[in-house]
Design a protein around this ligand. Structure first.
Ligand code: BGC
Length: 392
């Protein structure tokens, strides 16, 4: 058996992965915290349009216990998000108690030797903001940037890595094109406009955060898809167009305003004959090789890349262990071929509220019993731990 080598900070150093590689998992406020009623998703649940989230996993109160689990699983990093509707419950009024909670979260990570990666906005908008038209409204980006600036001022010194926006295109297409998520729009022009507004929101926020301290490393978490095709000319053109439209266009718009690229990888799409693979519980293709191609596509930006999400729903936990191993094998291949990958965050640490699917889907390394709130570590979490400690 290969023994782990430790660097000065005690982080295991694995063959083939950089010695300070971030190993961890990700969560998002509304999906795990519980008790959030002042955002557009809670409002939509009250209107009967999406499932109720209610107390969820109660991570808001149980975070220390959850971080004990992460620490026992050898995680040295953790990605979580701040709930905007808690921190700014009314326009321009910031709640110091709410920000105090997140300071306690950061302190709890620190004592466990876990580096935080903080997302400032993961899909849910304060009700007052969505009532104004949210990001679609012309002052939306400025309003968001002011919130980002406040959080940066408050958390300065406690956090180094900040993600402003999670998956702008996923959110904009579900909310403005497909009518699935708040605000349930189905208009291509609104969709295109809100994407442009999100680019501006990120760029403005980046400037505000960096003005608070240039030491922050700021990026977004970008959902990229591996689009490919057979040799047919029109399929090739379709794959090229989609990789520009979905993967590159937004990144081009923020390229002067990002210190790293956060990559959320879930999907591969082949034009021509479809991929035929084993499917996750969500019916998604399991195609770990896609992460390698997607990483290679990011190489030309010349920025460090952090894999901020990658995971599958697998309630029986029969596919997850090999999914993680295979995905990391392809991450290592990209590393060997010169992509500066800094870390890997499995989605998710815990089972949680999977948006319009509610609590039916199980993405967690840790199983949650929603009746008792009991946590049970899944076998795949131990496979991931083995990889963290001893390599692939
Ligand atoms: C999102 C998460 C979501 C996960 C699984 C990502 O699109 O950032 O919030 O739970 O994928 O669908």
């Amino acid at each position: 058996m290969q023994l782990p080598v430790h660097n000065e900070s005690g982080t295991p150093f694995n063959n083939g992965f950089p010695r300070d590689f971030f190993w961890g998992a990700a969560t998002a406020s509304y999906q795990v915290e519980g008790g959030i009623e002042n955002n557009d998703w809670a409002q939509a649940a009250r209107d009967g349009k999406v499932p109720v989230c209610d107390r969820s996993t109660n991570h808001f109160e149980l975070f220390e216990k959850d971080f004990d689990i992460a620490q026992n699983l050898a995680h040295n990093a953790h990605r979580f998000s701040i709930e905007w509707s808690r921190v700014e419950p009314d326009e321009g009024k910031f709640d110091l108690e709410a920000i105090g909670h997140y300071k306690a979260v950061l302190a709890a990570l620190k004592v466990r030797g876990i580096t935080p990666l903080v997302t400032l906005w993961h899909f849910t908008q304060p009700i007052w903001f969505s009532n104004q038209g949210g990001f679609h409204h012309k002052k939306g980006p400025e309003t968001f940037a002011r919130y980002c600036e406040f959080v940066a001022e408050q958390l300065q010194g406690q956090v180094e890595y900040i993600i402003t926006i999670n998956e702008p295109l996923v959110w904009a297409s579900a909310g403005y094109l497909k009518g699935k998520w708040p605000p349930f729009g189905m208009n291509p022009f609104s969709f295109l406009k809100v994407v442009t507004q999100l680019i501006r929101a990120h760029n403005l926020s980046y400037e505000k955060i960096k003005a608070v301290s240039p030491d922050f490393n700021v990026g977004i978490a970008k959902h990229n898809i591996y689009f490919f095709s057979n040799t047919h000319i029109w399929n090739k053109k379709a794959a090229n167009f989609m990789s520009w439209f979905w993967n590159r266009r937004f990144l081009e718009g923020i390229k002067k305003h990002q210190d790293f690229i956060g990559l959320n990888f879930y999907f591969a799409k082949r034009f021509g004959k479809k991929i035929s693979t084993v499917k996750s519980d969500m019916g998604w293709d399991i195609f770990p090789e896609g992460i390698y191609h997607t990483l290679m596509e990011l190489k030309h930006y010349g920025k460090p890349v952090i894999i901020t999400e990658n995971g599958i729903a697998d309630h029986a936990d029969i596919l997850r262990g090999s999914f993680i191993r295979d995905s990391l094998t392809f991450v290592k291949k990209a590393l060997n071929e010169g992509v500066d990958v800094k870390g890997y965050f499995y989605w998710s640490l815990l089972d949680n509220y999977e948006w319009s699917f509610g609590f039916t889907e199980r993405f967690g390394l840790v199983e949650v019993d929603y009746q008792t709130l009991e946590r049970v570590v899944r076998p795949s979490a131990l496979i991931y731990k083995e990889i963290i400690l001893h390599g692939l």
